[in-house]
Design a protein around this ligand. Structure first.
Ligand code: IPE
Ligand code: IPE
Ligand code: MG
Length: 233
């Protein structure tokens, strides 16, 4: 079975650069190339939702030079890809606090969401300035406000309602989480949505991750037995 929602932590650009004696910025650039292929393939085979971790709330802790290079790449990426994504009927949603992004980046990503808002193909979530804890706390704050304003009552708060306050409102939860580079941690990505995700940690560094690797991971997913707390009879 194909997962409805695939989430990917694209990790290993820095190590890839080091291994190839290239700059970190170049590593990130190679990472974008890998991402293009994975997006195209996912859309072709009918993945409903693809979520990609591009920049975390913690990634601001990197050097100014690296953060600038990443911000520059974000601009370049959206400007160069938006037409093709739109032609392929892909709908873009940014997960994360876009108000924490520089103005240029914020306007560009907002425009990409507006342009593709009515598309009906694959939902592409790009996590930028995203943190899972930040997302959950944001939901709690908004819900609290709505309770105080008598818009909702405390008794109405259940999973269905809570999920409407997340960046992923209206989307199915994550079925498959892939993190490249061999690191086995979540690093604050989609904490709520991954509650029952199957996880795969391929050793490949993200710039080297190919559609063939991805096919293998989707195949591995299809062999997993998902129980959701139950017992297979
Ligand atoms: C992941 O690659 C991309 C981002 C965090 C933006 P890294 O830059 O974290 O690569 P490593 O972990 O240093 O190899
Ligand atoms: C997670 O990778 C963030 C992205 C891939 C964008 P990191 O490389 O930032 O995570 P840690 O620091 O190794 O946990
Ligand atoms: Mg990393």
């Amino acid at each position: 079975m194909l997962p409805r929602h695939v989430a990917i932590i694209m990790d290993g650009n820095g190590r890839w650069a080091k291994k190839n004696a290239l700059s970190v910025a170049f590593g990130h650039r190679k990472g974008v190339e890998a991402l293009r292929e994975i997006i195209r393939y996912s859309s072709d085979i009918g993945i409903e939702v693809l979520s990609l971790f591009a920049f975390s709330t913690e990634n601001w802790n990197r050097s100014k030079q690296e953060v600038n290079a990443l911000m520059q790449l974000i601009l370049e990426y959206f400007n160069s890809e938006i037409d093709e994504l739109n032609e392929n009927n892909v709908r873009i949603r940014i997960l994360g606090d876009i108000f924490g992004l520089p103005q240029n980046q914020r306007e560009t990503v907002q425009a990409s969401m507006d342009t593709t808002a009515d598309n009906t193909g694959m939902q592409l979530n790009i996590a930028l300035n995203y943190g899972g804890k930040d997302e959950i706390l944001g939901a709690v704050k908004t819900i609290s406000k709505h309770v105080l304003e008598n818009k909702i009552s405390v008794d109405d708060i259940d999973e269905t309602m809570f999920e409407k306050y997340l960046y992923t409102a209206g989307q199915p939860s994550v079925d498959l989480l892939i993190r490249t580079s061999g690191e086995m941690r979540i690093s604050n990505f989609m904490l709520y949505q991954c509650a029952y995700a199957e996880m795969l940690f391929p050793k490949t560094l993200w710039p080297d991750y190919t559609v063939e690797d991805y096919k293998g991971d989707l195949q591995a997913f299809s062999k997993r037995e998902r129980r959701f707390g139950g017992r297979k009879s």
